[in-house]
Design a protein around this ligand. Sequence first.
Ligand code: MSP
Length: 518
Amino acid sequence: MNKNKFYVTTPLYYVNSKPHLGTLYTTVLADVSSRWYKLLGKKVFFLTGSDEHGQKIEGKAKELKLAPKEFVDSMVPHFKDVWKRYEISYDRFIRTTDEDHEDGVIALIKKLQDQGDIYKSTYTGLYCVSCETFVSLEKDAEKACPSCKRGLKEISEENYFFRLSVYEGKLLEFYEKNPDFIVPKQRLNEVVSFVKSGLQDFSISRKSVEWGISFPEDPTQTIYVWADALTNYISAIGYGSKDAKKQEGFNFWWPADLQIMGKDILRFHAIYWPAFLMAAELHLPKKLLVHGFILLDDEKMSKSRGNVAEPLELAKEYGEEEIRYYLLRHFSVGQDGHFEIEDLENHIAGDLANNLGNLLSRTIILAVNNKLDEVKPPAAFEPASLVLHSKCEEAFRNYWDDMSHCQYHIALSNLWNFISEVNVYFNNQKPWELAKEGSEFFVETISATCHCLYTIATLLWPVMPKKMERLLKHLGYSIDLSKDNSEELRKNVWNKTFKLTKPEEPLFVRPNDKKIKK
Ligand code: MSP
């Protein structure tokens, strides 16, 4: 198996409504992880896209008096616009209406048929159109979806079923052997107890839904939207293709290294998806990262509830990279968290403008004003700088460790502790006085601070790529993705020469200052 690649996926978004901060969150997590591995010199494939079939989309198109394809075509640009604005560097935006995806789905279903894992039977029960899920309820429970609480539809249809029950033991064995399969761990425990409670075969086709991929050799049925959508993770990279090059691509990229999703769709990814893959004799993904919900007024943010923060509006008001930072820093990845404007503004003013932006501008302005445009490393560093040097090394190690374990909020919080230490060092050294005295420690202080800023900017590049490119440019450097940047940071040799240029504008603007300027 190829070790130097990283294949990351987001779920495919339903296009019945425009993207919101919740869907942006999933996508930013994937983008940051993909950029992180690019920084480490890996070959990266980042997949995102749209889930376009099924009853929910069919219904919405009908409501708008549009043909389903016309409707989905009109919605996809909204996603692409937001992703572009937020610098989402995906390699493919797959649509479940793409021809090669449909080929992949048919190939998978045929494979499952050949294995004897599909049979015809009748489903009688409840269905949640919003979640596109079959629901089984306790006897006297109210007829509401346990996940989204919306009303349920009663259906009775002859469908094709997948023999999920056969995979119960194999799945449990897999979870046991791969305790790190799901992050955070507590989610794995939930999955294990669900599987232990007994798995039932489930329907993978629909008779009453027209908007979908036709079931192989049975045009009276369409493939169930989840069986269709999950297959994107393999169809996007060549599964089911007759083209030898695409098959090679599939063998190179599969299995996925990281699949990211919200907790509401974990079961599909941790149970149904692995079972399909086992049945198709394919490897299972290496890791699932399951995040919590972004809450507004204590409720999951969603378009239908009307409590959505508009990503493009937010980007216009606060800056897209500031929002990327906030999403990663504020929300502890596995847990639900509240989105609060005040909190966002505090993070921008405190962490970004005061702590980091100011440190950069103070350092560079002081150096350049004292004719130090080019900072050569001193012959030796004094004890105070050596303490900072080892803190820099430790900051890298912690960051590396937390990023590798998808603990983004911890990685950022620790890195900001280090940034505060650099500020303390800078203030204690009083380089403005050293400059006046003509002390040799002036160059040393500027050099040490620039080395720290270089490390910080490189580590933060996955989170705020343009801002960090700008920061590095002020130091005379740029990001080089042709190598593993971690090697240099791990060695932490302070031998760089910095060519400094004064910032014309602050790197980050405090939200209040922006409002005053308006
Ligand atoms: N189409 C399915 C996924 C199929 S993948 C083969 C779907 N789509 S979705 O648009 O409803 O949700 C996509 C992702 O957005 C999910 O991971 C979901 O958890 C996430 N979020 C939707 N609302 C969210 C919040 N309020 N907060 C965080 N994430 C949220 O499910």
